[in-house]
Design a protein around this ligand. Sequence first.
Ligand code: NAD
Length: 498
Amino acid sequence: MTNETGVLEWHARAKALRYATGHFIDGEHVQALAGGRFTVVNPATLEPLCEVAAGTSADVDRAVASARRAFASGIWRRMAPRERLAILSRYGQLIQSRAERFALLDTLCMGKPIRDMLSIDVPQAAQTFTYFAELCDKVDGAVTATSPEAFHYILREPLGVVGCIVPWNYPLLIAAWKVAPALAAGNSVILKPAEQAPLSALALAELFIEAGGPPGVFNVVNGLGETAGASLALHADVNKIAFTGSTEIGKLMLSYAGQSNMKRVSLECGGKSPQIFLADLEDLDRAVTYAINGIFANMGEVCNAGSRLLIDKPIAAAFVARFVELGRDAYRPGDPLDPRTNLGPLVTAAHRARVVSYIERGRQEGARVEFGADVPALPGSYVNPTLFSRVSNQMTIAREEIFGPVAAAIEVDGLQEALEIANDSKYGLAASVWTRDLRSAHMAVRDLEAGVIWVNCFDHGDMTQPFGGYKQSGQGRDKGLESLLAYTQTKSAWIHLG
Ligand code: NAD
């Protein structure tokens, strides 16, 4: 459908698009109690897009009260699991049926190419709901092997009210990764979207009601992180915060939990993912193509972006030369509403300034610019895809998360050195190794300090793959059964028979 729909048509649809800009509480769109609003800017034009409700602690209190009422009533958590399953499956289908709407909402706010929204974010968000829907009636308790004077069973119960705080780089999809398992486990949810991309969250919550979900079970509070986000994370009646965002704010979540009610916290934070390319890899062009996509897709605004390319000495020169040939024009900045565009603007002008300052640091610290390192003459907050070679792992561009389309090529001397450099990072979200040697592959899987490892590919996966990091990339996992269980708590019932 995308290919036939031209850029003019997408602009016409964007113009005709109507959407809510408040909060969604108790099954209704409502305004902020204090009336404040903040501006969302379209990064492709740097013009204001809309004004959105700036939530305060009063709005958060209202949403938490609604979520708690729904939880206490049992309307969702005590619903027969197969009924919950049916509602969440229908919900997944409804999300897919509104693909264009969701695609436009996120593209207009954060600049992701519309074709990526349609081919990746929306279908995967829909699939997230169907996957967790199917788990609703498959999570069992247990009876343990006690002596005959007791009968002991273990139950899994929902936690209560779950706050989900999400970033702007995959607004709909990351919200789905949190909200779907939380709902499948029977919790009530309050979603606090990123202030840069708040619109798809409201459309998502509204659709839950259309799917047959009870009011109050899924609420959205908009607002800035330090006000609405902090109020939610500090709230004494919230049982868990599921957070995706920067490591810096992730640490704050732990402290908010300690300052308030010791709520559970799961964290998906930043990364500086290494891709190791050993000299015996099978197909150089394939590896280079994955390296290009691994850092330039989604404008490099990807937590697991393969930002460090650790290339074995014997192939280093050929690898970089091929990356230049294949990568220089692979991603061309353009209008994200043009279905041919594969590189949109960065999320904000401020974020572009940050990425540009990292590029400057790269030059100053002696890395060599192979291509890019500049900004195109377009009205939005664009940065051209950039490759640095001759990078050392001590340089700022190899240590800090840039969150932009900037690759750092580092030469390594064999597997052992590659592993040492790969692990010399405060992050540990994802890593890959490219080799034909089974032993090297298994040693890399064993020794890499990262939550997700790929061998001879990058960024592959499906809903069964737990996603999350080691070290300061976070704790807890999204996707997979493990993530659903993390929205439950264990109750043990010991019945005396003697
Ligand atoms: P961020 O940490 O600035 O914001 C994330 C969310 O936290 C937003 O909703 C924001 O409003 C909220 N927030 C900010 N300050 C807060 C505070 N004091 N109290 C409560 N909430 C607060 O991150 P970002 O800039 O939106 O996203 C980029 C970051 O997210 C990158 O570091 C990236 O690596 C990370 N990320 C990680 C994953 C993952 O799965 N590991 C996925 C996507 C993005």
